[in-house]
Design a protein around this ligand. Structure first.
Ligand SMILES: Nc1c(N[C@@H]2O[C@H](COP(=O)(O)O)[C@@H](O)[C@H]2O)[nH]c(=O)[nH]c1=O
Length: 157
């Protein structure tokens, strides 16, 4: 059975980028993966200071609102790098929270799906046929964690 996540108070809600699992990355503390992801949209642009404002947003919803505001021009390479940005955020988030690693590993080989009713890129989207890239990256991370486990069990020397 596939594992669906989206709302924070539901099972696997901590897989959401909105969950309050902060981490240190690039010399800053990020309260959620969403803060980090949205802030990266403006790095290296004339709106670079907006990245700092987003990092300090009170909630991930505020961070997303600022990052999605169409008046704020995104860095030109955003479409090319956004998956890498998300991967970096997920790695940092899960590295900082071993309990999340355990939860992710506990999903075995199940398909993981961001059950977003609106987002057909990161989630399954309105018709359920979305690309689910967030779920895919989580499954990729799960595979990495498994490999790390195997390597740590190998005899050294
Ligand atoms: N979890 C979650 C959302 N989904 C998140 O939104 C982000 C995509 O943002 P963008 O690329 O700006 O469209 C990405 O982190 C995706 O997981 N959106 C929400 O409004 N509420 C939510 O609870």
């Amino acid at each position: 059975m596939a594992i669906y996540f989206y709302q924070l108070d539901k099972p696997y809600g901590s897989f959401s980028n909105f969950s309050a699992h902060g981490f240190w990355l690039q010399r800053h503390y990020w309260p959620t993966a969403e803060h980090y992801y949205q802030a990266q949209k403006f790095v290296g642009t004339s709106l670079a200071s907006l990245s700092q404002v987003i990092r300090q947003a009170a909630t991930p919803t505020d961070a997303a609102r600022m990052g999605r505001d169409p008046r704020n021009l995104l860095r030109p390479d955003w479409e090319h790098i956004k998956q890498e940005v998300m991967w970096t955020a997920l790695q940092a988030k899960f590295s900082a929270h071993p309990d999340l690693q355990i939860l992710l590993l506990s999903t075995g080989d199940e398909w993981i799906v961001e059950d977003s009713p609106v987002d057909a890129y990161w989630g399954r989207g309105p018709d359920g046929q979305g690309k689910n890239y967030l779920g895919r990256l989580l499954m990729q991370l799960r595979q990495h964690l498994r490999q790390e486990q195997v390597c740590s069990r190998l005899p050294h020397g």
